[in-house]
Design a protein around this ligand. Structure first.
Ligand SMILES: [Cu+2]
Length: 690
């Protein structure tokens, strides 16, 4: 049996296994990717405390790092790529958070209970989506199934973390539907020294710092969050299906101690539709029409801080930001076989709108435009071809993007008379970018258990509305001023990837390496006392190794290690540090798994070396190496009830996993406040199915 498990692990991610899922009406017929790709499935998700997708991916995947900002909504770094340099999708749909400080990164807009699996494709090898420059992470949500069932899950953990989720599924051959709801909340977690989020902040800030939390919020909950999701799948005809999904999420009073503000509201609405027609003709094996819409309302403010105390504010009010992010997209794809080549061609159109103002509460009149209502319109065509010639597989991809960016609110009364802003952005309210992305991947199977691949790719991403048009307050000059850089070019990544995979007895080994040459890389830097963006040239290289070995039928061992290094080839004005920001040090994971009958257990060690290559010019600092031990056990009590229990950070270590540099407006001046990870965290999850 062990051999089968291992072979399936090996085959699934390496050879061109069709992603056959018997629950699906339509079976995907597209050959799988050949480059370095990872998958995290719902079983992995289930064995975590299920709080934050960022945290889950950080735990399971050595190449992924976390930028800690709060208990939830933590941002990802993948092989040294971050923010818009990686494309995070939900069921293939693009979504953007509202916050310019990434309080609500794309991965936050999903509930862990919805996740079927997460596909991670590293490198610029995805041509089907706009902006997969460094990597693509696609979160697949669960599809409704045939039959009737209800699932109830309750997680309780340290610091009064509790999460209740309920989902119901009903379906026959023609129509299937699922509905789910979850509510979760938590007190502030404590780090290994017993310091809460507020206490960590108080320790670092002087007593007179207005960013400090007010005393009365000392024990405030760290967040409250409700999510609702539904999906309907219908078979119109034997060869046609329609999928519709709706998601709504509302998080309130999320504490972000490292920032100047907390998020009073994070509200996401998302609609996703997909229509598939199979075998329409010789030239259409599968025709797909996709459309999606998402809207995020992000309100953040100083309500909980000393700034929010009426007596200290001239207006007797606290300050709020209201940021709105809207995404609309449309995609048409057709796949067919011709000349023994699998082809996929498509048209991809999307519009992203970003708009932000700041106010003095409770006034409803915006005090200042911060992001001047910016549209980013993308129109693209793409082509993909996959051909197999005996042991060699060739994959080709190309995409042409035409992108127009328009800032529509430079005539807003709050900046109309600010001559410095008007002059700076003059004739630059509109930008356009035309780009070709392309890649070639070759994979050669030396024999049934050994294969190598090599890939060359070029990927791009355009600057966002913040990087181009952000407006900020200059405390020294006591005036609103430009912060964005409207002359930014798009970032180009030219990357080489190589890899080797082998199966030796009961051990599978995968080795990947990459070198990324970044041209006009969009980089945030400190320009005197303010922050802005510029284009630099840079390179990132690194590699990862993963090993899975079945020691016997019950026990397996997994190991993974990832390393990357990033250097600037050209420097931002008047800076000298050549280390690229947010390139995490060596990280490793070793897990020992035991599985027998209805029992499952895992002991896991996660570790990272000292963070010593950091960008000192832009607020980064040295971070000590760390290692933590996590334990998990699971037992099926009956065939309807399962109990999972775990303890993360068993030895209650105090540690920090990442730098967070000037790209976000941080408090703490030259030494931004870094938030420690949770201390010992014990949790239990009861899963009942009926
Ligand atoms: Cu925010």
């Amino acid at each position: 049996m062990k051999k089968e498990i291992l072979l399936s692990i090996f085959l699934c991610s390496t050879i061109f296994a069709d992603a056959i899922n018997i629950e699906k009406v339509i079976v995907e017929s597209e050959p799988e990717a050949i480059q370095s790709s990872k998958e995290v499935d719902k079983e992995e998700v289930k064995f975590t405390k299920q709080q934050d997708l960022g945290e889950i991916l950080f735990e399971t995947t050595p190449e992924i790092n976390l930028v800690r900002a709060s208990a939830i909504g933590n941002d990802l770094i993948l092989r040294g790529f971050k923010r818009d340099d990686i494309n995070v999708l939900i069921d293939g749909a693009k979504i953007y958070g509202g916050c310019p400080n990434r309080m609500d990164p794309p991965a936050m807009h999903i509930s862990a209970s919805q996740i079927e699996k997460v596909n991670i494709k590293e490198g610029p090898f995805d041509v089907e989506n706009f902006g997969s420059m460094g990597a693509m992470i696609d979160v697949k949500t669960k599809d409704p199934k045939k039959g009737f069932s209800t699932n109830l899950s309750y997680v309780y953990g340290s610091f009064d973390y509790n999460k209740l989720s309920i989902s119901t599924n009903a379906g026959d051959d023609n129509i299937k539907a699922l509905f789910g709801y979850s509510r979760e909340t938590s007190n502030q977690y404590e780090d290994g020294d017993g310091k809460t989020l507020v206490q960590q902040q108080w320790d670092k800030l002087s007593k007179t710092d207005k960013n400090r939390y007010q005393n009365r919020y000392k024990d405030a909950r760290s967040y409250l969050r409700d999510s609702f999701w539904s999906k309907i799948l219908t078979n119109i005809k034997d060869n046609q299906e329609l999928k519709l999904s709706l998601y709504k999420d509302r998080a309130t009073n999320v504490l972000y101690p490292a920032f100047q503000m907390d998020a009073q509201l994070d509200e996401t609405s998302m609609i996703n539709g997909e229509y598939n027609i199979l075998n329409l003709s010789k030239f259409s094996k599968k025709l797909t029409f996709k459309t999606y819409y998402s809207h995020v309302r992000h309100d953040m403010g100083t309500e909980f801080r000393e700034y929010g105390v009426p007596a200290t504010d001239a207006n007797g009010k606290y300050r709020t930001h209201r940021v709105r992010s809207t995404m609309e997209g449309f995609k048409l794809e057709n796949s067919f076989d011709m000349y023994k080549i699998f082809w996929k061609i498509g048209v991809d159109i999307s519009k992203r709108n970003w708009d932000g103002v700041c106010l003095n509460e409770p006034s409803e009149t915006p005090k200042q435009v911060r992001i001047p209502d910016v549209d980013t319109k993308n129109r693209a065509i793409f082509l993909k071809g996959i051909k197999k010639i005996e042991n060699l597989t060739i994959k080709l991809g190309a995409r042409y993007d035409k992108t127009d960016i328009d800032a529509k609110k430079f005539n807003d009364p709050t900046i109309l008379t600010n001559q410095a802003i008007q002059d700076y952005y003059k004739d630059k309210h509109s930008k356009d970018y035309n780009d070709l992305s392309a890649n070639l991947l070759l994979k050669y199977a030396l024999n049934s258990t050994n294969s190598i691949y090599i890939g060359f790719g070029r990927g791009i991403r355009v600057p966002d509305a913040q990087e181009l048009y952000f407006i900020s307050y200059n405390g020294t000059k006591k005036t609103w001023m430009r912060q964005g850089n409207p002359s930014l070019k798009e970032s180009k990544n030219r990357e080489l990837d190589i890899g080797y995979e082998t199966l030796i007895g009961d051990t599978s080994i995968k080795l990947n390496g990459f070198y990324s040459d970044l041209k006009d890389y969009i980089y945030a830097y400190k320009n005197g006392t303010t922050l802005t963006w510029t284009n630099i040239d840079a390179h990132i290289y690194g590699g990862d190794l993963s090993v899975i070995s079945m020691l016997n039928d019950e026990i397996s061992i997994e190991g993974g290690v990832a390393y990357q290094r990033g250097k600037k080839d050209t420097l931002p004005p008047s800076q000298s540090d050549k280390d690229l920001a947010q390139i995490p040090p060596l990280k490793a994971r070793v897990a020992l798994n035991y599985e027998k009958d209805s029992y499952y257990a895992r002991a896991e060690v996660l570790a990272a070396s000292k963070y010593s290559n950091y960008d000192s010019d832009n607020g980064e600092q040295s971070i000590g190496g760390w290692s933590v031990v996590n334990l998990k056990v699971s037992k099926d009590l009956t065939n309807k009830i399962a109990l999972n229990m775990g303890v993360d950070n068993l030895f209650d270590k105090t540690y920090t996993v990442n730098n967070t540099y000037v790209g976000r407006s941080l408090i703490g001046g030259r030494d931004p406040l870094l938030i420690n990870e949770p201390g010992r965290f014990i949790y239990a999850n009861l899963d009942v199915r009926f």
